[in-house]
Design a protein around this ligand. Structure first.
Ligand SMILES: Nc1ncnc2c1ncn2[C@@H]1O[C@H](COP(=O)(O)OS(=O)(=O)O)[C@@H](OP(=O)(O)O)[C@H]1O
Length: 180
C-alpha cells in the first residue's frame, strides 16, 4: 500500500476520492492496529448516482403517465359504448382492474310508486353497487327486448369485478310478458 494513501495522523486507510462507491473491507482497518480511530466514508460515484436519479425519474414519469392514461380511458368509456380497454401492461390489469358493462345481478321490478327510486338510491350508497341511470324497460317493451341482451348490457353502467349492477323498472311487475 502506498504511503500517500495512509493517514499519517491516525493510520487509517483513506480513499483517493470521495466518489468511491465500494471500499474493500481491509481499507477500513487501521494499519496501526486501532480500528476505533477509523472513519467509515460512504460515497456514491457520480455516474452511478446520475443513473439512479434518471431511473427513478423515468419510473415516476411512467407511473404518472400510466395513471393519467388509465383515468382518461375510464372517463372516455363512460361516454362511449366501448367496453374493452387495451392494457398498457399485463400488470396493469392486476393493479387497475378493468371496468366493464355487465348485465344486472339484481332488478327492482316494482311496484310503482312504492319508493323504488328511494330503494335504488339507498342501495347505490354502497360502494360495491352500480345502478343503471334510468329505467331501461328491457323486459316489458318489445322494441327494447328485440334488441337483445347485448343492447341490454350496454344500458348498464361500468362496474368493477365484484360490484353488483342493479336496474330498476317498476313496470316489470305489471307486465304479464315479463315473466315469460
Ligand atoms: N320512504 C318513503 N315514504 C313515503 N313515500 C316515499 C318514500 N320514498 C319514496 N316515496 C314516494 O314514492 C314515490 C315514488 O315512488 P317510486 O320511486 O317507486 O316511483 S316510480 O314508480 O318509480 O315512478 C314518490 O311519491 P310521489 O312524489 O307522489 O310520486 C315519493 O315521494
Amino acid at each position: 500500500m502506498s504511503p500517500s494513501k495512509i493517514d499519517s495522523r491516525k493510520g487509517c486507510v483513506r480513499p483517493p476520492h470521495f466518489d468511491i462507491l465500494w471500499l474493500p473491507r481491509a481499507a477500513m482497518r487501521s494499519v496501526e492496529g486501532d480500528p476505533s480511530d477509523c472513519v467509515l466514508v460512504v460515497g456514491v460515484s457520480r455516474p452511478k448516482m446520475a443513473l439512479a436519479i434518471i431511473t427513478v425519474m423515468l419510473i415516476s414519469l411512467f407511473l404518472t403517465f400510466h395513471m393519467i392514461y388509465d383515468s382518461a380511458l375510464n372517463s372516455l368509456q363512460t361516454n362511449t359504448q366501448d367496453h374493452t380497454r387495451p392494457p398498457l401492461l399485463l400488470l396493469s390489469r392486476r393493479l387497475y382492474p378493468a371496468a366493464a358493462r355487465r348485465l344486472p345481478q339484481a332488478i327492482i321490478m316494482g311496484v310503482r310508486k312504492c319508493g323504488t327510486r328511494a330503494l335504488l338510491e339507498m342501495l347505490y350508497l354502497h360502494p360495491m353497487v352500480q345502478k343503471a341511470s334510468g329505467e331501461v324497460h328491457f323486459f316489458d317493451r318489445d322494441e327494447n327486448y328485440n334488441k337483445g341482451l347485448e343492447w341490454y348490457r350496454m344500458q348498464m353502467p361500468h362496474s368493477y369485478h365484484g360490484q353488483i349492477t342493479i336496474e330498476k323498472s317498476p313496470s316489470y311487475f305489471v307486465t304479464p310478458e315479463v315473466s315469460d
